[in-house]
Design a protein around this ligand. Structure first.
Ligand code: GUN
Length: 291
């Protein structure tokens, strides 16, 4: 069994991105700028945005941190997004999801200019992804494709099973795996699938993004399968200093005994999500510099 080390792949790519940032700065005088907006103080979201801001600065980019109280209204939030749409020093706008319940996620995403949508969440970018036009690809799905390639797993002609149909991961990763470039046969399982194991047992590649620990166990896998675990779940653990530990959606022990390759949690998909965000932000700044 091979551990797919997302940190190693991410650090190599981040060096390349940092070199691209330095080149853009030297040749065009442009420093890529990313605005990171967090509404409220959900602990997981706080740790994600902190990691994103740190990675941004380590790559030589500028990050503008915008922390807003949980009571912020939809109008206030979309107003801030619109101001950032018109700010030439900002090339990427990220609103960390989920937003508080009184704010419509769709209204927020719709407010982001597709040209600065480095998360790849706007209908314009998702539509372009579906028809194969140039666009910002959503970060976690794009990072997953890079990880599968990095693991040495052949994708073309293989059967990939995705568990979870979120707009952020499940649906777009299924679309990317099915594109001509990847050329997998794809099955998308979700909470309405009566017997998920029936499908995963036939899978060469399983991407599990269900948001629930223990969704995938070793008994559900074909021997030698490649497993990409997108889950980030906090489970109570009094033996840890913080009182919890992070586990994925796959039961690591049992899956590792059957899989050919598997991503750890943490240290698998997470570092790649952030890396692809940096990639998109650099790309956006390059496009702005060329205009
Ligand atoms: N919440 C969970 N994943 C993501 C992500 O990739 N981007 C944003 N903006 N919010 C998220």
């Amino acid at each position: 069994m091979k551990l797919i080390d997302g940190k190693t792949l991410a650090s190599g790519m981040r060096r390349e991105i940092a070199a691209g940032v330095a080149k853009l700065k030297a040749e065009k005088g442009v420093v890529p700028g990313l605005a990171v907006i967090l509404v409220g103080d959900n602990p997981a979201s706080v740790s994600y945005v902190t990691a994103k801001e740190k990675a941004c600065e380590e790559a030589g980019m500028r990050s503008e941190e915008i922390r807003l109280p949980a009571e912020t209204t939809e109008e206030e939030l979309t107003g801030i997004v619109r101001r950032l749409n018109g700010d030439v020093s900002i090339h990427g706008i990220l609103v960390q999801l989920p937003v508080p319940k009184h704010i419509r996620e769709k209204a927020v995403i719709d407010a982001i200019s597709p040209e600065k949508d480095v998360d790849g969440f706007t209908p314009e970018n998702i539509g372009k992804m579906m028809i194969g036009d140039e666009c910002f690809l959503p970060c976690t799905p794009h990072g997953i494709i890079k990880l599968i390639e990095f693991s040495g797993t052949e994708i073309a002609g293989r059967h990939a099973v995705v568990i979870g149909r979120s707009n952020i991961v499940g649906k777009p990763v299924a679309a990317l795996l099915a594109r001509k470039e990847a050329n997998a046969t794809v099955t998308l399982c979700h909470t309405g699938t009566p017997d998920i194991a029936h499908f995963t047992r036939q899978a060469d590649i399983v991407v599990v993004a269900a948001g629930r620990p223990g969704t995938l166990t070793g008994g559900m896998l074909k021997p030698g399968a490649t497993v990409i675990d997108v889950g980030v779940n906090r489970v109570p653990d009094p033996s840890r200093p913080k009182g919890y530990r992070i586990v994925g959606d796959a039961d690591f022990e049992s899956c590792a005994g059957v899989a050919g390759a598997i991503t750890p949690v943490p240290g698998g998909v997470g570092p790649m999500t952030i890396t692809m965000l940096l990639w998109n932000t650099l790309e956006s700044a390059k496009r702005a510099a060329a205009r």
